[in-house]
Design a protein around this ligand. Structure first.
Ligand code: R5P
Length: 303
């Protein structure tokens, strides 16, 4: 089936779309996007997509709500223009951390968002390292979570027998395990608890032997930077001799960069799923990994 990659409006989605279209041998369609004076969005497709398999690329970056609305509008336009099949690629999937009711009366936000995407007309979905891969079960069609850490480590030439891979909490241990097995080194996790009402984080020391080690910290997202900054501060005090920070998504909320620099972090490696807002972040292009997994998983049709 003829394949067409349709770009989302922002620069990250545009760049990702261009890489993917070239890697997949697909045509590229760049709709016209604009925002009305009252804030409502508008888009217009001026490509012939009739009968094609359309791969729509939109990273769900801030303002996340606006990104979601754009995807819903794009799905409507793409289906109305006669696409045979519509696949959503969200390099960053927003609302993924509210993946259950922590307090009575809350929504399961990721479920609501995935249902909205499905209802809009997307029949398959792929994303880069959603907060919890199991959340994708809320999307009724086929879905793919691309875990990028091993690919990223290879891209930056990370290796060495003195490495320990650490995840900031037990929930993220699988991330550390995947990378540690790839590198042939040991891994562990830190105990972390977050007060759901105040948002304050406590990290309790865990029995990790980081004395004289180079510590690779892996996490899905940096938002306020508190998790990574606390981990680095604690592990430094336990004798770690250096750090590499690998995250899928560097969102960097206001104050995050200062928080990270305050504990001596000068570089973060992040996938190219979110905008570069700081020179503390070095982006790694994971589009080749996504293209490869899209093909092997069957999320897109075979040529
Ligand atoms: C938490 O479960 C996540 O995996 C991240 O560790 C967390 O969301 C990072 O947020 P922040 O940078 O605000 O500490």
């Amino acid at each position: 089936m003829r394949k067409i990659v349709v770009t989302g409006s922002d620069e990250v989605s545009r760049a990702f779309s261009k890489s993917l279209s070239s890697l997949l041998g697909a045509e590229l369609c760049e709709p016209t996007y604009k925002t009305f004076p009252d804030g409502e969005k508008y888009l217009r497709l001026d490509c012939n997509i009739s009968g094609a398999e359309v791969i729509y690329v939109k990273t769900m970056i801030p303002a996340q709500d606006s990104s979601i609305v754009e995807a819903v509008l794009a799905a409507d336009a793409i289906k109305a223009s006669g696409a045979e099949r519509l696949v959503m690629i969200a390099p960053y999937m927003a609302y993924a951390r509210q993946d259950r009711q922590f307090l009575a009366g809350e929504p399961v936000s990721i479920r609501a968002v995935l249902k909205a995407l499905w209802t809009s007309g997307f029949s398959a979905l792929a994303t880069v390292e959603v907060h919890k891969a199991e959340s994708l079960r809320h999307f009724p069609g086929p879905s793919l979570n691309v875990r990028p850490y091993s690919f990223m480590a290879d891209q930056i030439g990370l290796k060495g027998s003195d490495i320990v891979v650490i995840s900031p909490d037990l929930g993220a241990l699988e991330r550390a395990k995947t990378l540690a097995e790839h590198l042939g080194v040991s891994y562990d996790y830190l105990e972390k608890s977050r007060d759901r009402l105040t948002g304050n984080i406590t990290i309790k020391p865990k029995e990790v032997s980081v004395e004289g080690k180079h510590v690779v910290i892996v996490d899905d997202i940096i938002s306020t930077g508190s998790t990574i900054a606390s981990a680095v501060a604690m592990l430094s005090s336990q004798g770690a001799r250096g750090f590499t920070i690998l995250v899928a998504h560097a969102i960097l909320a206001p104050g995050a960069e200062e928080r990270l620099r305050s504990v001596g972090i000068t570089k973060i490696y992040a996938a190219n799923t979110t905008p570069s807002t700081s020179n503390i972040v070095t982006n790694i292009d994971v589009a080749p990994l996504v293209a490869s997994e899209l093909r092997s998983s069957g999320i897109i049709s075979q040529p």
